[in-house]
Ligand binder design. Structure first.
Ligand SMILES: *Cc1c(COP(=O)(O)O)cnc(C)c1O
Length: 372
């Protein structure tokens, strides 16, 4: 399917080719090389994380985050229900059991009360969860103070799935740096891209070293090929890291542009009845990767989406919560009735950083026409 306005297309800075050319000129066409080292350093500088490991995808980074935290077969991992399936699948890769946590209505992310209910439930059965995965959905920072308080209170490590949230801040600090481990994605539709890729962030050197070891086939220190653990081939290529370097140079602009897109939607639609946009909690600053909103009724969201599609404008439904997926239907779920209507009534609007005012006006005109 091709659209005239895409949901979130890649937006090149024009500086990527220089780094790719360097990779070719130096013949570092491998998952090792100077662009990778520099990209990791630049990610640390931008996010404030002490260490970063560039990887082949965000999904791979979540997988190794769980491995590094020692999550194993039979362990419970608490995971935000309202998210993309790639947040949850790595829990299955390591043989652990996911239990899903519903949303609060402000940021649409993990509800702290539901999280505490879940922790207490498993503690009561002597099955204290081995890790918690919180998501900053569509770039919107979750209620981190409340969630981190619970992580400390019950001594459970936190993985932050910041795949959609590079550039978002909470109380002046970049998200992805609050958890024991943070995860970024540079897939083609994210705020910046390496065509495909991800990163693992942590202030804990031993976590990042362990992840680097596992990401490169877990080769033991020996002159020959010696292996005592199962490893993976999860590093980023030096060519892709070159794209990432050219993209990271403009991340500040990209956050401003996505936020400006959101502001224009508010300007055009803010006064319309029954439209509720995802909101920043106190002290948070979203990268507004995708502008997402709720329409009064489920039927409206579907009608709007189809109408937009019929004129070549790509909009998407909000993620279908994991506990409603055939894949995860048997799993435990904690927390109320917020996630389901977010899915049923929600819609993600075209949010690319290259959108023009006219294009946004056109999208809004279609939405209003469709609802009157
Ligand atoms: C994109 C995404 C991922 C996975 O990242 P990939 O780089 O595509 O593997 C994980 N979680 C969320 C919330 C995402 O949006």
């Amino acid at each position: 399917m091709s659209y005239k306005i895409y949901l979130s297309p890649p937006h090149m800075s024009g500086r990527e080719m220089k780094y790719i050319q360097e990779a070719f000129d130096s013949n570092w066409i491998a998952p090792v090389g100077p662009n990778i080292d520099a990209f990791e350093e630049e990610l640390c500088h931008y996010t404030g994380s002490k260490y970063a490991l560039a990887m082949s995808s965000g999904t791979a980074a979540i997988h190794l985050a769980l491995k590094v935290l020692g999550v194993e077969k039979g362990d419970i991992v608490l995971c935000q229900a309202l998210t993309f399936v790639a947040t949850a699948n790595p829990i299955m890769y390591v043989g652990a059991t996911p239990a899903f946590i519903g949303s609060e209505p402000v940021t649409w992310n993990m509800c702290p009360e539901a999280l505490e209910d879940a922790i207490r439930h498993y503690v009561r059965f002597n099955k204290k969860p081995k890790a918690i995965i919180v998501v900053h959905l569509y770039g919107m920072p979750a209620m981190l103070d409340e969630i981190m308080f619970l992580c400390k209170k019950y001594d459970i490590p936190l993985i932050e799935d910041a795949a959609e949230a590079l550039g978002s801040e909470y109380k002046g600090r970049k998200v992805g740096t609050f958890g024991d481990i943070g995860v970024l994605s540079f897939n083609g539709n994210k705020i910046i891209t390496t065509s495909g890729g991800g990163a693992l962030l942590s202030d804990n050197k031993s976590y990042v070293e362990k992840a680097a070891f596992l990401a490169t086939q877990a080769r033991d220190r020996a002159p020959h090929y010696e292996h005592s653990e199962i490893g993976y081939n999860y590093r980023m290529s030096n060519v892709c890291a070159g794209i990432g370097r050219g993209q990271l140079e403009v991340i500040g602009d990209r956050v401003k542009q996505r936020r400006a897109v959101f502001e224009l939607y508010i300007k055009h639609l803010g006064a319309c009845q029954g439209m509720i946009f995802q909101q920043e909690s106190a002290g948070s600053h979203s990268n507004r990767w995708l502008t997402s909103m709720l329409l009064g009724e489920a039927a409206h969201a579907e009608r709007v989406r189809h109408q937009l599609q019929s004129v070549g404008i790509e909009a998407r439904p909000v993620w279908k919560p994991m506990h409603l997926q055939p894949l995860y239907g048997e799993c435990d779920f904690f927390g109320g009735h917020v996630s389901e209507p977010l899915f049923q009534n929600g819609i993600c609007l075209p949010s690319g950083s290259g959108l023009s005012h006219e294009e946004i006006a056109e999208v809004c005109g279609m939405i209003i026409e469709c609802l009157v």
